[in-house]
Design a protein around this ligand. Structure first.
Ligand SMILES: Cc1cc2nc3c(=O)[nH]c(=O)nc-3n(C[C@H](O)[C@H](O)[C@H](O)COP(=O)(O)OP(=O)(O)OC[C@H]3O[C@@H](n4cnc5c(N)ncnc54)[C@H](O)[C@@H]3O)c2cc1C
Length: 404
């Protein structure tokens, strides 16, 4: 096969953009192209998130997630400095408001230490003196947490990739992937393109792109909406730190939190409710094909059965603004309904295995000439640079080993 390119990367979210830049740094003479179906980068998860640079509090010590997150803080800060992207270290409070949460706080404190952080434990008065609007029995203060502008980072990565000779083709959807012994043929609507190797960073479409190629993958991508509010401008000095509740052990998400944004506003959220459309951001977005595909997957039924209570609770709080507010008032009692203004939602791509278990760690699927990012859940925006280094090492090792 005569290749148009040595490498093609599908997806110009932050993971695809970071991977393209890392690859061209390592192989400056290679012909490398990024293909993105939307007309601008970071149109999906990378542009609809909380904007938090996570310090690595929660993750299983030694997991890829924990390692990449720790390395990601430093790498993101350095990238922002170099490319004049705003980055602000705010610190983060994780607040326990009930005796049961207070008991769990100690285990979280240990987890922070196991992840090489140096957290401080605060009692109620210490919380108040740091954040007068926040109340709790105790809290963990993590100094390293920060905020940034992930769409700006993604754009800066693509700009540098192009400056180094890479090609990025936006507004082009990959509709077919055919792997052969001597290369990979991609269908782009009516046209086709040949590449030596393919890296797929497809976010919410990760499972579909793998199956388009005929890979037998052990998961499906399930969409979880994350709905936000924005505080009215008069309340934008409410808190200076990121303020999180103690995570609910029955949910894999972090709980509705107060997040100062890089533009000076504060968001409240996100919650975690079942999505019925993978790329649907409007309230009550629904796609028949997306929903039918999900309902045909036995893993989804097992997941739904196991999390029915939490699912109903989150759904109720999504539909009922007062219920949503109640979650925040546990640690910030001064907030009122009229403080919450509308703000766009995000949709998380969550890989779920055939037994209905959410896959929490970063996951790669490989074939001789392709590498698919199967799961890149939060904090993959924080970790995008270390993830990209890992992806490039694996892809180039495969290539050098003569699988090419
Ligand atoms: C509500 C929410 C809050 C979050 N908060 C944080 C946070 O504060 N901090 C943090 O670190 N992480 C956070 N995350 C997680 C983080 O945003 C994601 O893990 C990260 O953005 C994933 O990046 P990605 O490049 O893999 O996916 P995406 O950004 O979704 O990019 C995938 C790209 O692939 C493209 N694509 C798909 N199919 C095709 C095709 N057939 N042809 C061409 N292109 C295609 C899509 O159009 C898309 O642009 C959050 C996520 C959500 C949803």
């Amino acid at each position: 096969m005569d290749h148009d390119h040595e490498f093609v990367i599908i997806g110009a979210g932050i993971v695809g953009a970071a991977t393209a830049l890392e690859l061209i740094r390592r192989r400056p003479k290679a012909r490398i192209r990024v293909i993105e179906k939307e007309s601008s980068p970071a149109s999906h998860q990378s542009g609809h998130n909380s904007g938090v640079v996570h310090a690595g509090v929660y993750y299983e010590p030694g997991s890829l997630k924990a390692r990449f997150c720790r390395a990601g803080v430093e790498a993101t800060r350095a990238f922002c400095r170099e490319h004049a992207v705003p980055y602000r270290t705010t610190g983060k409070l994780i607040v326990a408001t009930t005796p049961a949460e207070r008991n769990r706080l100690d285990a979280l404190l240990e987890r922070c230490r196991a992840n090489d952080l140096e957290p401080r434990l605060l009692d109620g008065p210490a919380i108040r003196s740091l954040e007068p609007e926040v109340t709790g029995l105790a809290a963990i203060l993590v100094q390293e947490s920060a905020i940034t502008d992930y769409p700006a980072i993604t754009r800066a990565m693509l700009e540098e990739f192009r400056r180094r000779g890479g090609e990025a083709r936006l507004g082009t959807e990959v509709t077919g992937i055919e792997e052969r012994s001597d290369g990979v043929r991609l269908s782009l609507g009516g046209r086709s393109l040949e590449t030596g190797r393919l890296i797929v960073c497809g976010g919410l479409q990760a499972d579909r792109l793998a199956r388009l190629q005929g890979l037998d993958i052990p998961f499906r991508t399930v969409p979880f909406r994350g709905e936000y509010f924005r505080l009215r401008p008069e309340r934008s000095n409410l808190v200076a730190h990121l303020v999180y509740p103690m995570p609910d052990p029955s949910l894999p998400f972090l709980g509705v939190h107060l997040t100062p944004q890089i533009d000076g506003s504060i968001t409240v959220g996100p919650n975690a409710v079942q999505g019925w459309k993978r790329e649907g951001y409007e309230k009550y977005s629904f796609s028949l094909p997306d929903t039918a595909e999900m309902l045909r997957y036995p893993g989804w039924w097992k997941l739904a059965g196991r999390n029915l209570g939490a699912g109903i609770r989150e759904g109720w709080n999504s539909a009922w603004k007062r219920g949503y507010l109640k979650q925040v008032r546990k640690y910030c009692p001064g907030l009122e309904l009229e403080d919450l203004l509308p703000h766009p939602a995000g949709v998380r791509a969550q890989a779920v295995d055939h037994d209905g278990r959410m896959i929490h760690d970063f996951l790669l699927e490989r074939s001789p000439r392709t590498l698919h990012v199967g799961n890149a859940p939060s904090p993959a925006a924080t970790s995008a640079i270390p993830i990209s280094r890992h992806i490039c090492s694996v892809a180039l090792e495969d290539s050098d080993r003569g699988q090419a």
